[in-house]
Design a binder for this molecule. Structure first.
Ligand SMILES: Cc1cc2nc3c(=O)[nH]c(=O)nc-3n(C[C@H](O)[C@H](O)[C@H](O)COP(=O)(O)O)c2cc1C
Length: 149
């Protein structure tokens, strides 16, 4: 089975999961890179605003075509109760290409359900989901069993 892990991560929490999932599933890995700067304090404010308004932004060129994969793992932090703008833009721009999807989402603690719902609305029902707090990821308090095959 051919798998792709496509993720956005502003501060490397979701990235840690992305790399582990890719390692376990032998997947290709696509880091989604926005053409908008979301770093720093200004970037935080911009991120909250853009996520809330479900803005679609330009992304740097992709390495992989999600249509070439049996399953695409989609990873994002929660921004203002929604998927981060870069991941949201990625799924909007590729919605017709996914065969099967799985979602992994990290957050301080709030907004998991609304984020998963938003992602499912754009793509399809995921085969499985994984939601973890920033703290759980940092402290290694999780397992990928049952999420990856
Ligand atoms: C713009 C912005 C908005 C956020 N909104 C939420 C939120 O609504 N709920 C929450 O629990 N955490 C929120 N967070 C925290 C991140 O979801 C959390 O720290 C996440 O694990 C960071 O993942 P990353 O390092 O992969 O970017 C927000 C962070 C940013 C930058």
């Amino acid at each position: 089975m051919k798998s792709l892990v496509a993720y956005y991560s502003r501060s490397n929490i979701t990235e840690k999961l992305a790399e582990e999932i890719a390692g376990k599933t032998n997947a290709d890995i696509e880091e989604i890179v926005p053409k908008v700067n979301y770093q720093g304090k200004l970037g935080y404010v911009r991120g909250g605003k853009d996520a809330m308004s479900e803005k679609v932004i330009d992304l740097e060129e992709l390495k992989y075509n999600p249509g070439d994969y049996d399953v695409v793992y989609l990873g994002t932090p929660v921004w203002a109760g929604k998927a981060s703008t870069p991941l949201y833009s990625y799924i909007k721009q590729n919605a017709d290409k996914f065969k099967n999807v799985k979602f992994f989402v990290t957050a301080g603690g709030k907004g998991f359900d609304s984020t998963l719902e938003q992602m499912e609305r754009i793509t399809q029902k995921p085969q499985s989901t994984l939601t973890l707090t920033t703290k759980e990821v940092k402290k290694n308090e999780y397992t990928l069993e049952g999420f990856v095959d």
